[in-house]
Design a protein around this ligand. Sequence first.
Ligand code: NAD
Length: 411
Amino acid sequence: MHRIADRIEAEAVELAVLGVRDNGTEFNMALKAEPGSAAGTFRYYAEALDKVAGEVAPTQPDVLGLVHRTPVGVVGAIVPWNFPLMIGAWKLAPALAMGNSVVLKPAETASLTLLRLAQICVECGLPDGVFNVVTGSGAETGAALAMSMGVDVLTFTGSGGTGRKLLEASARSNLKRCYLELGGKSPNIVFGDAPDLQKAARVSAMGIFRNSGQVCVAGSRLLVEASVHDEFVALLKAEAEALRVGDPLDLGNQIGAVNSEEQLRRNLSFMDMARAEGGQVITGGARILAETGGSYMAPTIVTHVARDHALFQREVFGPVLSVTKFETEAEAVSLANATDFGLAAGVWTADLSRAHRMVAAIRAGVVHVNTYGGADNTVPLGGVGQSGNGHDKSLHALDKYVDLKTAWIQL
Ligand code: NAD
């Protein structure tokens, strides 16, 4: 696993370019998030695997009770297109570390880096058949993996609709455990006492617009205290309009392309819905750079979004930020928790007590305070509610890929 990490690092630029040509993520982000993060993930689990041991249970004295952790066997992994190498590594590395073999299905529009990873693994000495990449459509190849009697655990990142199908397939086949990491509609909450509104605007803009909003934890629902609403929205608008969008391989661009024409059409359909419901598009809202033949969308901010609007409730997975005003902390909590999702959140405040109260009150897998985004391998990533039931990363992810076996030995 260390050799695999070394090799990913050595090939980082090539892997990042390969991935960008597949999915359109801006190069700088791809370099850090894809090979950069994947190499770190292999290293983290390489270091972790010999720290995991079984247990001796405190049974009665004439019995020895041992709890073994055993590999589950075959892990099926299904991943999306937004960060294939990073998310693939989040599943592959802990599964391998616990002694399993893996069959991974990449998304239709982004498979090249994972195919290269499979070659790297073999070149680094992983036995044939331990890590397998099977390309194909979700409806056919993905469904076959989900229905397979030979797959013991399914680990998935993608949309809630597909997650539901995987649970059904599990019920109809061998009751394989399904770990689901699904979408989000994450609130980013700015209080009037935020320590630095300018910084909050800059970080919040990147928290929604990087990778054209195609980030599961994107802070896509801005909730702003009325006392700073107009000032903050103006700062944010300036940040959005200053972002350079274009060819993802041009290092001067901060935002790359939308993954596909289909995704772009979907993003734009939300603009029609938002306008019809009374939302005000204060910047963006349209396709740009059409003359290049690429799929680009301008960073978009929609104000006057109410809690029953589609833009408040549904994940766009595009560069679209909804803005809603609140008056009190209680109202902020109520708005934050008013969707079916529970993936991530942000809170901007100088009041430490309030920060802790918000962390406790918001239903989410991660709450960022005075920043948005940011994480490393030591902390888990996963959601609650309809954002999923499984965690990638950290030592907790190892538990997904083991079974517990008791040895009860009469002495
Ligand atoms: P998707 O569910 O359409 O596809 C994800 C994967 O599932 C792809 O490989 C696809 O081919 C496969 N698939 C589709 N239908 C299938 C079926 N019937 N059976 C088996 N496999 C099937 O999602 P997407 O559009 O590729 O990705 C975007 C979604 O992923 C967003 O909702 C986003 O929030 C979510 N996401 C979540 C996380 C997280 O960590 N929670 C991270 C990244 C993305």
